[in-house]
Design a protein around this ligand. Structure first.
Ligand code: PEP
Length: 294
């Protein structure tokens, strides 16, 4: 589906439909697909990604995956990603075999290998079948002190191994109230652009997640969301208009079945990063259906 956006005039419109997700094991797919970029696709295929955070058990995961893959909307299908905790990645990858649902991780180590107790490298994530990885989630920034520079290094580490980073950016409530939303989002984005270069966004995704709307049930209005998404796209366009036009910018923050339609209707919103609602099959599938029908 073609997504008009605030940069369409400068981004050009060489659009074509992507193929449905490849089949085979998660590992096979991780090896087959890592080089496909959004610029190559020439279209912003919507994404709905579920961030399970630290939730789930083996049996709960199996039930959830079973529901998702049996009811995942066939056509037009948005890209669907699930991001379980590390310990369940391999098993969930196996459950996803022969489905078009893709596997993502919630974090990655900035270093490639070595004496980093408790950490998991990008190579390991690829090895167990991940194609995506969330970097810079606000919970990592806030609870684990991740700086913009560390997040940029994680982005670089993931990208170097062919994983698609999902770079999370977003302001805290105090920032918004002080009128610093753009300043914060620009600083978080620029850290990655400076370390990695704008070209890396051709195989990455950005997620705008205002911290005050995550897990709170408090909603950003569609207009507030669109304003920041257009700002992000414009900032990327200042360096490369083609990449800006193709970069998928997801919105995250208490997205659920009841508000997905109005949020995903915004021209620069290319899908959602979903926390709480991704743990409920009916909610997650309803959001997928909205993304597919835009
Ligand atoms: C998230 O964890 O990225 C998120 C957006 O959570 P929630 O949907 O629960 O607000």
């Amino acid at each position: 589906m073609i997504r008009p956006s605030s940069t369409d005039k400068i981004a050009g419109s060489d659009f074509r439909l992507p193929k449905a997700g490849p089949q085979g094991s998660a590992q096979d797919r991780a090896e087959q697909q890592p080089q496909a970029t959004s610029v190559q696709y020439g279209i912003r295929r919507p994404i709905v990604a579920g961030n399970w955070k630290m939730h789930g058990t083996r049996s709960e995961n199996a039930r959830l995956i079973d529901e998702i893959i049996s009811r995942y909307p066939a056509d037009p299908a948005p890209e669907c990603i699930v991001c379980p905790p590390y310990v369940y990645l391999q098993e969930v990858g196996r459950l996803l075999r022969d489905s078009a649902v893709l596997l993502g991780a919630q974090d990655v180590c900035a270093d490639a290998q070595g004496a980093f107790t408790g950490e998991v490298s990008a190579t390991m994530l690829k090895d167990v079948g991940c194609q995506y990885v969330i970097v810079g989630h606000s919970e990592r920034r806030l609870h684990y002190g991740e700086s913009d520079q560390l997040v940029a290094r994680k982005f670089a580490a993931a990208h170097a191994k062919g994983l698609m980073p999902i770079l999370c950016v977003g302001e805290q409530l105090a920032d918004r109230e002080a009128g610093r939303t753009r300043e914060v989002v620009a600083r978080q984005l620029d850290a990655v652009l400076e370390l990695c270069g704008v070209q890396t966004l051709a195989s990455a995704v950005v997620a705008y997640e205002p911290v005050w709307a995550i897990g709170t049930g408090r909603n950003a209005s569609p207009e507030q969301v669109q304003e920041v998404h257009a700002f992000i796209r414009g900032r990327i366009a200042a360096q490369d208009a083609t990449i800006a036009g193709a970069t998928r910018i997801l919105y995250g923050g208490s997205v659920k079945a009841s508000n997905a339609a109005e949020l995903l209707a915004m021209p620069d919103v290319d899908g959602g990063l979903i926390g709480g609602a991704s743990l409920k099959a009916d909610e997650f599938l309803a959001i997928l259906a909205v993304a597919g029908s835009r």
